[in-house]
Structures are given as structure tokens and as C-alpha cells.
Design a protein around this ligand. Sequence first.
Ligand code: SF4
Ligand code: SF4
Length: 352
Amino acid sequence: MLLAERVRMQAELEGRPVNVLWLTSGLGCDGDSVAMTAATNPSLEDLLRGCFPGVPPVIVYNPLLAYESGADFMRAFFDAAAGRLDPFILVLEGSVPNEQISGEGDWATLGADAAGDPISTCTWIDRLAPRAAAVLALGSCAAYGGIPAMRGNPTGAMGLRDYLGPSWVSALGLPIVNLPGCPVQPDNITETLLVLALHLAGSGPAIDLDEQGRPRWLFGRTVQEGCARAGFAEQGEFARTPADDRGCLVKLGCKGPVAKCNVPIRGWIGGVGGCPNVGGICIGCTMPGFPDKFMPFMAPSRLGLLVAASSQLTYGPVLRRLRRRVIRRRFDREPEWRRPASRLDTGYDPRW
Ligand code: SF4
Ligand code: SF4
């Protein structure tokens, strides 16, 4: 799309409410919709009420959250497919099944046509994606195929980028936004919707994505780089059981050193929680190839064991001992002039 055409389109969108058409009818569990209800920063309520300066009101059409049902609920989807609802962000939750191998039935459907026949999720994607201002693949299932796409599955499940093609761009020239996680961290969902709405309103830049289509600012670090237990690894301290409140979890199978995810920094709800922070090993749920590539979850990788052994048997204990000694002798005590003595002497020396 030409730059001038994009600018014209964006100008048309300014000031209008942004509709979010949310297909939960991919192959998935609705876990991401449920997760989003726990968002606090920003919260879903704030997003819907249009509380943020420069952000248009957001209207979410999600079957899990909707009051309407049946034809009343489906109206927005038919309107969008016919070009009567604009602009909109298309969200897919769950993976895309391969309907070419589904025989006489369908793997996944939403609503029905005039004849009463179910409409497949793939048909909805075909109808809505070309008209969408932005497309969000929500959850590891929609982004990469996830659990339904495990080796040996009968549905031929795949991620949205596999279905639409790696070079696909939306009507506004945006590539598919992949927001992985199983489920996605709640604030990551609302924040990404906020960034997309800001861009559609002409108040924010285009979303910055990495080579896997993930928001770069959310997935730029590994779990270990933000983990509250990472300091233990450096000192050669490793947990032996999940109940140990000290020690890095890599020997229990944690995939934190190789998984990109901000959950240990952001927490889960209201900044609290976050898998390794609360004793749960990271199973790499945000990564392409999850879960096959990271199974068995509880088995430590050879590289993890090697790194653990190298810090445990070499510099780790030395570092730990030195640190404890320096802390005890120098930092964990009051300075000389504040220790109890017969006379209070702060060393204050007036120059006049
Ligand atoms: Fe459910 Fe996880 Fe798939 Fe989301 S990514 S639909 S939480 S299985
Ligand atoms: Fe998934 Fe690991 Fe992030 Fe937890 S820390 S959400 S298991 S990638």
C-alpha cells in the first residue's frame, strides 16, 4: 500500500470508535479471553470507557464477554464482512484448523448463514482479514499453532501467519501481530490493544514488532533476564525441589534462560505472581514450537545442567563467599560515626 494511501486511511479513522472483532472460535480454550478480564494496567474497563487521552473508545465483540447472543451477537461480524463496520481490529484466539482435511464437517465454526449452515472459522478469517485495520493473533495457539498443533494432531492446526502467509499485511499496512503466551499475560493483551487503537486514531506510531511478529518491548528479554531468582544462578545456588524458596529453578527443568517473556517482570495480576517468581518453572509457553520443543517440561536441558554445573563448581561458591564477607564486614553495619559511643561525633566540620 502506498504511503499516501495509508495516511489518507489513517486520517479517516481518527476520532471514530475502534471495534475489536474477537474470534474465539479457533482451536483453543478461551483462556486468553479469561486472562484479559484480570488486566489492571490498563484494565479492560478503562479501555472500554475510553479513559485514555488520545485513544478512541474501544468496542469489544467477544462471545465470552457479550450480553447479546445468537443473531444479535453475530450482527457486528456480518456488518464488518460487508464493509459496514469500520475501522476494526480482528483478534483470533485459538489456532487455525486445516479445513481441507476436515471431511464433510468443519473443525471450528462461528454462527450460521441464511440457510442455517455453520460458518467455519477459516471462512470468517477469509472474509474479515482483508478489511481489518490490524490483525492480532492472540495466544500461542493463534500465533504459532500451540497445543492443538502438537505433533500427530489430526486437525492440521497452524498459526495465523502460517494460514495468511508470512508477508501478509492488513489494510493499514501492518503485519500480523503475534501475542504469544498460554495464556497471554493479561496486561500484555490490553496494552497491545491500546497501542493498536492509538495508532488507528493517528495518535501513536505503528507497533514495533520483532522477527517473530511479537511486540518488541514486551518480548525483548528472556525470562531469566527478568527473573527474581536469576541472582542465585550467578552464585551457584540451585533449587532441589519446587518448594525451595532459594535457588534458580533450571535444574528442575525451567526454560527461563531461552524463553522470551516479560512475565517475571510484570507479574500476573496487578504486578503479583509470574511463574518462576512464585516457584513455578518456565515451560516456554510463549515460544514457537511450544509445547513439543520444551517437553518433557520437568526435565532439565543438557545446556542448563552444564551452565549450572559450571557456576556451581567454579566461580559461584567463591562469589557467594566473597559477597557474604564483604556485606558482613562493610555494608551490613552502621558507619563508624553512627555506632554507639561515649560521645556523638558526626565529623561535621563547619567552614565558618
Ligand atoms: Fe488456550 Fe493457551 Fe491456546 Fe490461549 S494459547 S487458547 S490459553 S491453549
Ligand atoms: Fe510462559 Fe515461561 Fe512466561 Fe511463564 S515465564 S508465562 S511459562 S514463557
